[in-house]
Design a protein around this ligand. Structure first.
Ligand SMILES: Cc1cc2nc3c(=O)[nH]c(=O)nc-3n(C[C@H](O)[C@H](O)[C@H](O)COP(=O)(O)O)c2cc1C
Length: 452
């Protein structure tokens, strides 16, 4: 079996996924505004040969647009949160190999500016940046960016299509290879015949270009995506190089992977052009008893209110709450349809209801000795998973325990890398710096020459 890939799934905030855990005396996420917490974590992850640190991000509050948000604020539940892209530039200069992935929603920045920011980070990190493309699920998030309401699910994916198209034109088409000369003798910094305007004209955006930064080591950053609805999967099949799934079982993961790969092939790509990362959390013990005892301790800290507030499913659009016994089948959401389906598939012995959501989310964990955990990871790998995005209970403990105790066992089994491959993030994962010729971004290489 080939080595699995491991990303640390984190957020520049106090309470990201596992709510309530920040109250533990060893939880350093309470001080997330301190860059030292992140630099130390990034260095530890690099020591453990993690592939990447992967930042989630949101640009608004969970809950109904005009609903209460006291749970969010009281629990530090993704508020306060800070900009991951700015933080990544500090991590870039304190690490050498670690991939630097961050989430950015298509509504939060104009694509011209976003493309420039990515290129700058890719230069600073020497080609280690990845973008998790999200379309947003938050009503409040939309209202922070000039919109009256969060656009419909389908409309959001159409928006994303145009957004990525603009960025691809800038990253891939605006500067030809060899445009940057830095020729002191001839006095030519860049060759004007090789730097092009893109003249994008679309439904939402008008962008002339040219792209202002010079081509960065990867040009297009490594692209992740996490949608699991029909629209989300179709988008992933076209654009994603890494898909983030949180399937409830390996069998459901296998179905999802097979279907997304089928769509990728239909879109002109190859099955192996897309890697799949399952989201997962661990509780590690030197014995099974110790692992169970640690699990018990985690249970004591978890906040049910936090999980419900996070999932948006606790409240209706008018801000009133769904009764806890409401079947999930009756929950209407314009947020993440894919996640709701996954939650419903997690329960097979009764009709899942709103009250089950906290247990379902916090229950996504593998508890045991390093050997038992390794056994489980093999099961996921056999289902087609290429790697894992690891959720944390506590920063840095969840990662240091995994690095110090589980990774050595995985290495013995050939399931974790023993050294970093050289080069950019994409080079490490796919063996090339740039997107391959089957990716939609590649169509813009060398196409704008006639128009400049
Ligand atoms: C594991 C996972 C992590 C996600 N992380 C973020 C995030 O950090 N920020 C965000 O705005 N959306 C995030 N999302 C939302 C998705 O990117 C996507 O926009 C959402 O699931 C709606 O798409 P879908 O209905 O196609 O699943 C995440 C979704 C999943 C499943």
């Amino acid at each position: 079996m080939s080595p699995l890939r491991f990303n640390a799934f984190v957020m520049n905030t106090n309470s990201h996924i596992h709510h309530g855990q920040w109250r533990h005396p060893d939880a350093q996420q309470v001080d997330f505004e301190s860059v030292d917490v992140w630099v130390n974590l990034a260095k530890k992850l690099e020591e453990g040969l993690f592939d990447a640190i992967f930042f989630a991000d949101i640009v608004g509050l969970y809950g109904a647009g005009d609903g209460p948000y006291d749970v969010n604020v009281r629990e530090g539940l993704q508020i306060p949160n800070h900009d991951p892209a700015v933080l990544l530039s500090a991590l870039a200069v304190n690490t050498e190999h670690l991939g630097l992935a961050f989430t950015s929603n298509v509504l939060q920045q104009h694509p011209f500016h976003f493309a420039r920011q990515i290129s700058t980070l890719d230069h600073i990190s020497k080609g280690r940046v990845a973008w998790n493309i999200v379309t947003g699920t938050l009503e409040n998030g939309a209202r922070n960016f000039d919109l009256e309401h969060l656009p419909d699910h389908e409309e959001r994916y159409k928006w994303a299509q145009e957004y990525v198209d603009v960025t691809y034109k800038l990253w891939e088409g605006s500067w030809d290879e060899g445009a940057l000369l830095k020729d002191r003798e001839r006095g030519i910094y860049s060759d004007p015949s090789k730097v092009h305007k893109i003249y994008h004209r679309g439904e939402r955006y008008r962008v002339d270009g040219p792209h202002l930064p010079s081509p960065s080591p990867q040009r297009t950053p490594l692209l992740f995506q996490a949608g699991a609805s029909d629209d989300g999967r179709a988008f992933a099949a076209q654009h994603a190089e890494g898909v983030f799934i949180i399937a409830p079982t390996p069998e459901i993961a296998a179905d999802n992977i097979r279907e997304t790969r089928r769509l990728a092939v239909a879109a002109g790509r190859r099955a192996e052009d897309v890697k799949f990362y399952q989201g997962i959390a661990f509780v590690v013990g030197s014995t099974e008893e110790e692992a169970k005892r640690k699990e018990q301790e985690l249970e004591e800290y978890l906040s049910i209110d936090g999980y419900l507030a996070h999932m948006n499913y606790a409240a209706k659009e008018d801000g009133t709450s769904y009764p806890p016994d409401t079947p999930l089948a009756d929950v209407e959401t314009n947020a993440s349809k894919g996640l709701l389906t996954w939650l419903r598939q997690s329960i097979t012995d009764h009709e899942p209801v709103v009250a089950d959501v906290a247990a379902l989310l916090s229950g996504r964990r593998i508890v045991g000795t390093p050997e038992q955990i390794a056994d489980q990871l093999e099961v996921w790998q056999r289902a087609g998973v290429d790697g894992f995005n690891i959720f944390n209970w506590r920063i840095p403990d969840s990662y240091t325990e995994f690095i110090d105790h589980v990774l050595p066992v995985l290495r013995e089994r050939g399931l974790a890398q023993t050294e970093y491959a050289p080069g950019t993030f994409r080079q490490k994962v796919f063996g090339s710096d740039y997107v391959n010729e089957r990716h939609p971004a590649a169509q813009y290489r060398g196409t704008f020459g006639g128009k400049s």
